[in-house]
Design a protein around this ligand. Structure first.
Ligand SMILES: Cc1cc2nc3c(=O)[nH]c(=O)nc-3n(C[C@H](O)[C@H](O)[C@H](O)COP(=O)(O)O)c2cc1C
Ligand code: SF4
Ligand code: SF4
Length: 264
């Protein structure tokens, strides 16, 4: 049975996981999650949705995708929530959202990977990053076996303490995400290359007088900050002192392809 993997990513962790899973599943194709403004009919039998956890919940980009997704009732859906060890109730949120659309999530798995939320620190020591990649690789194999069985395995609920402590922050902040780009600023290393504008999946960065300008429809994926070759983009006060991150096997070209796919 053919599988379509829909992916969204800021720094490549989710794309890398999708690629590893596609190798295990064999008949799988990867597509970036499009920025949908109208319904999309899908005829595939098996669909995977792979995305990063943002602010203890689903990124708005994924929420919009689910709202516009029209699949056959018998479609086998699974989801991988890629995170930095705090998935909270993201997969349960997805399960509920899908059920309001008449769809059922058969399998939902959380994957801990290095953090790309630089305002709270770097991705951690290289050894820890390597360990996370190895553990993810093992988990991908197990998940692939479950998918190939079409197993109705359960959806990860997330640690209860995270659901209690953090899920309300998601609900409170969701509407203000587009304007969170007000905290981005440029230091004097910017050389006007325009890469930040090219990787932005939301078309939120325009080069005005050769400098990036944020347009307040941000998705907070942090691709601009992480992929700037000069490390010239800062967010708030602390990112100046933290290293940047992207998955070592994901390339700038992949990010530009994602942004192009979003433009449709
Ligand atoms: C705005 C933002 C919010 C985040 N919130 C969470 C979170 O609530 N819990 C968590 O575990 N990781 C969080 N992260 C970290 C990412 O989910 C994690 O690093 C993920 O592996 C990134 O995947 P990507 O490279 O595919 O974008 C956040 C990252 C960003 C940019
Ligand atoms: S990617 Fe960095 S250096 Fe290039 S224009 Fe953007 S901020 Fe400036
Ligand atoms: S402006 Fe930066 S953080 Fe916001 S959506 Fe674009 S790349 Fe992501």
């Amino acid at each position: 049975m053919a599988t379509k993997l829909y992916v969204y990513t800021g720094t490549g962790n989710s794309l890398w996981i999708a690629r590893q899973l596609a190798l295990e599943l064999k008949e799988a194709t990867i597509q970036f999650i499009p920025n949908l403004s109208r319904d999309l009919k899908m005829e595939v039998d098996r669909i995977g949705i792979i995305f990063p956890v943002h602010i203890w919940g689903l990124p708005g980009h994924v929420v919009r995708f689910i709202h516009h997704l029209q699949a056959k009732p018998e479609t086998y859906f699974f989801a991988l929530a890629v995170n930095a060890s705090q998935p909270a109730a993201t997969l349960m949120q997805l399960k509920k959202l899908m059920s309001t659309q008449g769809q059922s999530l058969a399998l939902g798995c959380s994957f801990a990977m290095p953090s790309n939320y630089t305002p709270w620190g770097g991705p951690g020591p290289v050894e820890t990053q390597q360990r996370l990649y190895r553990e993810a690789q093992e988990k991908i194999k197990a998940v692939a076996r479950a998918i190939l069985r079409d197993g109705r395995e359960k959806v990860d609920r997330g640690p209860l303490w995270q659901n209690i402590v953090f899920s309300w922050i998601y609900r409170m902040s969701f509407r203000s995400v587009p304007k969170m780009d007000k905290k981005f600023w440029l230091d004097d290393k910017c050389n006007d290359c325009g890469i930040c504008s090219k990787v932005c999946p939301a078309g939120n960065i325009e080069m005005i007088h050769e400098k990036p300008t944020w347009l307040h429809r941000c998705e907070q994926c942090l691709a601009c900050l992480q992929w700037c070759p000069q490390e010239a983009i800062q967010y708030g006060k602390k990112t100046v002192k933290y290293p940047r991150y992207h998955h070592p096997e994901v390339l700038l070209k992949d990010m530009i392809d994602q942004a192009k796919a979003n433009k449709g």
